[in-house]
Design a protein around this ligand. Sequence first.
Ligand SMILES: O=C(O)c1ccccc1N[C@@H]1O[C@H](COP(=O)(O)O)[C@@H](O)[C@H]1O
Length: 196
Amino acid sequence: MKIKICGITNLEDALDAIEAGADAIGFVFYKKSPRYIEAKEARKIVKKLPPFIQTVGLFVNETAENINKICDEALINLAQVYDDNSLIEYEKLRTKYIKVLRAKSKDDILKNANEYILVDAFVEEFGGAGKRVALQWFDNVDCSKFILAGGLNEKNLKELKGYNFFGVDVSSGVEISKGKKDKQKMFNFVKAANEI
Ligand SMILES: O=C(O)c1ccccc1N[C@@H]1O[C@H](COP(=O)(O)O)[C@@H](O)[C@H]1O
């Protein structure tokens, strides 16, 4: 089970997330988010990370040109793309990317079960709202290419047992306040994910 901790805004949280055992850390390049970080600040953090850690950049309705520019500047390996309006010209992206499905129904899940995709809960306003995707939508579905996000925390992770998700993604569930992580919660989250 791969683990991504998202919404990193400072070096201390990044290093704590990695020490806890996260495979990937995420930076939010969406200006309306309380977890927004400028590319040049993310770059300073990324330069101080140990090797073999995946750096993910989160983008909302952004152009391919801007995603490329920010990923280059911030040394991002993977773009996490919210593209509800299908505006992105994917062929122009230089960075490897993963699309986000903001699921509204089991049908949405079924239509996307054969590609690696990050499944988040649908909320009107974008952003780390802690809302969950209904787990029963994944019943009898091959989840081996899904990364599940949305309202996960150390307590509810055990409900994912048996689904065989490729990975999990968390932000608000391991925070003290918006944009500041809680070290103990990150350790507990990773431990719980590894026990699934
Ligand atoms: O974190 C944000 O502010 C944000 C802004 C815009 C789009 C997504 C955002 N957060 C991401 O949402 C998922 C789930 O978060 P949570 O665990 O429910 O808080 C995760 O990838 C966040 O980084």
